[in-house]
Design a binder for this molecule. Structure first.
Ligand SMILES: C[S@@+](CC[C@H](N)C(=O)[O-])C[C@H]1O[C@@H](n2cnc3c(N)ncnc32)[C@H](O)[C@@H]1O
Length: 458
């Protein structure tokens, strides 16, 4: 590998960071490429163990080489997410504290796009728990919703709000993850272009922004609730110093997370409050740079009153009866309409959804089922990807790899058997990819245009 020139003052600025070993760090960046890892979706993935397990995440695996994920239909089916291994430590933190929380859990991933940690939390949560994934930047919301749609769980809400807006939903969440925007030094090996953005001034600006985000969202955490804070920066200003600030400003208590020594994770403590943090250095761990910590809230910021919409007349039972055959255990869901589309969310989350609607800009709630044209359902892509879909009731067409790629590109699908007319769930190795309508002499491809494969390679 070529010589890496780090930004001026970078190495100097982190030379006193806990566990930092300059020689090992520089050599690793020069000689060892970033490993490739994926995290499987336990509700969908049905293949063999794809590689060597990531020590701190049972669903994470290192791959021997980097395949073309874009041209793997299983990626589009939501069978796995491509995620660098250190980030998967959030699973370990969650598993360490879950027993301390009363169920069902309401979890918020505040800085969520593109959805790596949201899909991780989605797998970790039970069906009665609720995941709210938020992204402030409007143009980044579609990638977040697409990834959560692929993941297939119905207990999910996506919002597009400033953290400040969450301050109004007082005491609502049992768990908040703030994977904060940061100066990005932890990604230097994987994305060397990130080095151009790095400066001491930017680290300081990031610290101020991180504290603002945390202060804004703090009221939304309930008393005794947990905050998981993470960055992909090595700078103490953005990490341990932020923990000290949280302890001083809000009296938060640090939670120590057990780690195995042979994982290579560096356990650090902040200067003032001795708050625990977990540092990942490439060279010490097989993964990129990460800092993560967990804290408990020790006071109340008040409570948000649950809101339930007044029923506007009788539910449209006729329509709901037409939808039920598509859903496994339909009695568990609340069906509702948004413009022409029908949606469904677990009944247990109805009140939470209606409460959040009072304060937030909701971009996805549960699963969009589709619209009814007379007695027929025009199914939505979200339904195809959802784990609630009852496939026994549906025509399915199994595609070869080549056909699956054509389908995902919205190209002509060669040699397709058109004998099964009407709506078909297009599948690869048994995993749904989306819908198509088979007509006597052609196929109407309903794979969403904006999600199609554009790249021309293979
Ligand atoms: C580190 S990335 C999140 C990565 C994501 N958690 C994942 O695992 O895929 C930080 C996110 O914070 C968002 N962000 C940027 N400025 C923000 C702000 N002022 N408040 C909240 N989020 C912000 C960015 O758009 C970005 O999506």
């Amino acid at each position: 590998m070529s010589d890496i020139v780090f930004p001026g003052k970078f190495i100097e600025s982190i030379s006193n960071a806990p566990g930092f070993d300059a020689q090992n760090f520089v050599e690793t960046h020069q000689n060892l490429p970033a490993p490739t890892s994926i995290r499987i979706n336990p509700s969908k993935y049905s293949g063999q163990q794809p590689g060597v397990e990531v020590p701190w995440c049972p669903e994470g695996f290192y791959l021997e080489s980097r395949p073309s994920f874009t041209f793997d239909p299983l990626f589009h089916a939501g069978c796995y997410y491509v995620q660098e291994a250190s980030s998967m430590f959030i699973t370990h933190i969650y598993n360490s504290i879950r027993g301390e929380m009363d169920e069902p859990i309401r979890a918020l991933d505040l800085c969520a796009a593109p959805g790596g940690k949201s899909t991780l939390l989605s797998s970790a949560l039970n069906q009665d728990d609720l995941l709210v994934a938020n992204e402030i930047i409007k143009t980044r919301v579609p990638i977040l919703t697409d990834n959560l749609t692929r993941w297939g769980r119905s207990n999910t809400i996506v919002t597009n709000n400033d953290p400040r807006d969450y301050g109004r939903v007082k005491g609502f969440f049992d768990l908040i993850l703030v994977d904060a925007p940061c100066s990005g030094s932890g990604m230097f090996r994987k994305e060397p272009e990130a080095m151009q953005e790095w400066s001491v001034d930017n680290v300081n600006l990031c610290q101020q922004r991180q504290e603002r985000i945390l202060a804004d969202v703090y009221p939304a955490l309930r008393e005794d609730g947990y905050l998981i804070y993470s960055t992909c920066s090595y700078s103490e200003q953005e990490n341990e110093q932020v923990l000290d600030w949280l302890c001083t400003e809000f009296g938060m208590e640090s939670v120590r997370i057990p780690v195995e020594q042979d994982w290579g994770v560096v356990e650090s403590q902040s200067t003032e409050h001795k708050a625990w943090g977990y540092r990942f250095y490439p060279g010490k761990v097989q993964g990129e740079g990460l800092f993560a910590a967990c804290l408990r809230k020790t006071e109340s910021s008040g409570e948000t009153k649950a809101f339930k919409k007044k029923d506007q007349g009788k539910p449209d039972y006729k329509s709901i009866d037409l939808l039920k055959p598509y859903i496994k255990e339909p009695a568990n869901y609340y069906f509702f309409k948004l413009n022409d589309d029908w949606l469904a969310i677990d009944k247990i989350h109805r009140e939470d959804l209606e409460t959040l609607q009072q304060y937030l800009y909701i971009k996805k709630s549960g699963v969009r089922l589709g619209s009814l044209a007379g007695k027929d359902l025009v199914p939505d892509h979200e339904l195809a990807m959802s784990l609630m879909l009852d496939r026994d009731q549906i025509q399915q067409t199994e595609l070869s790899r080549e056909q699956a790629i054509s389908y995902l590109r919205r190209d002509e699908i060669k040699d397709l058997d058109l004998s099964q007319k009407g709506w078909n769930l297009m599948c690869f190795e048994g995993h749904p990819l989306g819908w198509a309508k088979l007509l006597p002499n052609r196929v109407n491809n309903y794979y969403p245009k904006e999600m199609r494969i554009l790249s021309t390679g293979s």
